[in-house]
Design a protein around this ligand. Structure first.
Ligand SMILES: [Zn+2]
Ligand SMILES: [Zn+2]
Length: 286
């Protein structure tokens, strides 16, 4: 069996105020190298367009490096409302030089608690995300912020058995058809203290159904603290456990912004990635 690529394409920084002070670009790259990562992507949140200029600070720090591992400049998108859109466009992608985008749903969008409605809303947004040609990776399916549940006094989402198998299959099929990778997220789903070991087992079983439908997968730590980058090993372990071959692991379809071959002196236009659905080579790491 071929080894899975040792990548981490979901990492936050201090620049947007989301991750903590330990998450500066040089320290992230150094720690990733120590952990055996060969390619990484910085993906801070873009919840509204007024935050765009903060991403340029990330890009500048990436471009000032000459690392021995490949570093990409990405972005994580969130819905601006239920059934809404992402604060993103081909123009923003081009103008700011984002090399790829990951995205997904980050809330329940529920007024009153109902488990079936909760799952249905998530599933619907997963499919919307996959069908968006600007999104390369669907992030952390069925991750929830526990605070939202506690604040409302709702029962915590503690079992993946609430998700019908048909939803997993449909997501796997749509992901395959659109060339969108499904994320195996270490910090949010696999190594999240809010979830039990049983839940994680159920979660891996859920991923295995998606795998059966032929979808590709992306690997991400979703680290917000330098000490959490090591959780990427769990994502790699799960990919191995799912018997995913290297060609099933998503990587951006373009050269890194800086990396082991290039010094980062290229025009940014040549580092632009193609739409994921216009070239399946992206999913093969071309
Ligand atoms: Zn997220
Ligand atoms: Zn994230």
């Amino acid at each position: 069996m071929t080894e899975i690529p040792k990548c981490d394409f979901h990492i936050h920084t201090k620049y947007l105020g989301c991750a903590n002070e330990t998450m500066e670009i040089p320290a992230i790259v150094q720690e990733c190298k120590r952990l055996g990562v060969t390619a990484l992507g910085i993906t801070d949140h873009l919840n509204s367009l007024d935050k765009l200029d903060l991403h340029l600070l990330i890009k500048k720090d990436i471009q000032s490096l000459a690392p021995e591992i490949d570093v990409y400049f990405g972005v994580e998108l969130n819905f601006t409302a239920a059934d809404g859109s992402f604060a993103f466009s081909p123009e923003v992608k081009e103008q700011y030089g984002f090399q790829f985008a990951i995205g997904g749903i980050h809330g329940t969008y529920l007024d009153t608690y109902d488990l079936k409605t909760l799952v249905d809303i998530q599933h619907r947004h997963h499919l919307i995300t996959c069908r968006d040609p600007l999104v390369d990776v669907l992030v952390h399916p069925y991750w929830f912020g526990k605070g939202e549940f506690e604040k409302n006094g709702w029962p915590w989402f503690d079992s993946m058995r609430a998700v019908p198998e048909a939803y997993a299959r449909e997501l796997g099929q749509v992901a395959r058809e659109t060339g969108t990778a499904i994320e195996i997220n270490a910090s949010a789903n696999l190594e999240n203290a809010n979830y039990s070991n049983r839940y994680v087992k159920e979660y891996v079983a859920y991923l295995s159904i998606i795998a059966e439908e032929g979808a590709g997968f992306a690997l991400g730590s979703d680290a917000h603290d330098i000490g959490r980058l090591s959780t990427i090993h769990t994502a790699w372990d799960v990919a191995t456990q799912l018997n995913l071959t290297a060609d099933r692991i998503w990587q951006p379809g373009c050269k890194p912004m800086v990396g082991h071959e290039k010094s980062g002196k290229e025009q940014h236009s040549s580092n632009q990635c193609m739409d994921h659905d216009s070239d399946t080579a992206a999913a093969r790491g071309g």
